[in-house]
Write a protein of this length. Structure first.
Length: 285
């Protein structure tokens, strides 16, 4: 066994390295946010947030992009969250540890590693062309829902695993059925943890470009979406187009950073709302 002073030195070095890694992460985040804010704050105005774009996207605002991003993010969550939670319940509570369960889990893990552009091509071929949805909010929400589904399943299953087995045994001993035990005891206890996957899913859905550039997003539309079958503008694709394919890239550069800044605050707002709900649920338990 090492002398006491050597063990304390090793421990101090390890803590210093971990602390340094944390500071580096915080510093990188601060630099990133500061860079976006400094370059984009000049574009932020009431007109920028509430009006339609004009003059080949060089004037006006990004209202359709904001609404489109909110609609498609919430649509993706409405698709993925119930399916993800249901799949996690089946895998953790009913499926057991057989071969079929292992195959399912392996498939979910592999789906989590598929590049987002592949999901976009899948959505184009299946939802847009085969099912005839066209380039629409519905096709984009379904594609994004499929993209974040493995994340939701993994988070929900980990939350269910964290619930002590004694909860289930006590409920069953009192005469409850297995479904009543899951519905009344396990799910309420696991829901705050599941909302962590909800938060991550919202963040990924709001910031993705590849899955929706083939299925839902367009460069410009002169109207706000009025149904789920309308094409939409979204902020990630809007930034991409302005930065790579616009006619006046230098002129639109402040708009690019301004849109990115609004997108960050939008994702922050959605995450904050989900975190508040999660914390309130945890206090009730």
């Amino acid at each position: 066994m090492k002398p006491l002073y050597k063990r304390k030195f090793s421990q101090g070095m390890a803590f210093t390295l971990f602390r340094g890694a944390s500071y580096i992460n915080v510093l990188v985040l601060a630099v990133f946010i500061g860079f976006i804010a400094i370059n984009g704050i000049s574009a932020i105005s009431w007109e920028f947030l509430t009006q339609m774009p004009r003059e080949s996207m060089t004037e006006g605002g990004i209202l359709p992009c904001i609404l489109g991003t909110i609609y498609i993010s919430l649509g993706a969550i409405l698709v993925a969250f119930p399916l993800g939670v249901g799949t996690a319940i089946y895998l953790n509570e009913f499926a057991g540890e057989g071969r079929w369960t292992r195959i399912l889990r392996m498939g979910i893990i592999n789906l989590a590693g598929v590049p987002s552009v592949v999901y976009g091509l899948f959505g184009l071929g299946f939802f847009v062309i085969l099912l005839g949805m066209g380039v629409s909010l519905l096709a984009g929400a379904l594609t994004l829902g499929a993209f974040i589904l493995p994340l939701i399943i993994g988070s929900a299953e980990e939350s269910l695993r964290s619930i002590p087995q004694s909860y289930r045994e006590a409920s069953l001993a009192l005469g409850a059925t297995k479904w009543q035990t899951i519905y009344k005891m396990v799910l309420p206890a696991a829901l705050p943890g599941m909302l962590t996957g909800f938060i991550l899913g919202v963040s990924r859905a709001a910031g993705e470009t590849a899955p929706i550039m083939f299925t839902a997003a367009v460069y410009y539309t002169g109207k706000l979406p009025s149904s789920i079958f309308d094409e939409i503008m979204v902020m990630p694709y809007h930034i991409y187009v302005l930065a790579t394919a616009g006619t006046s890239i230098d002129k639109t550069r402040p708009l690019q950073y301004g849109t990115a800044l609004v997108l960050m605050f939008l994702v922050l707002g959605l995450n904050l709302a989900a975190i508040i709900i999660r914390n309130r649920l945890q206090k009730k338990l």
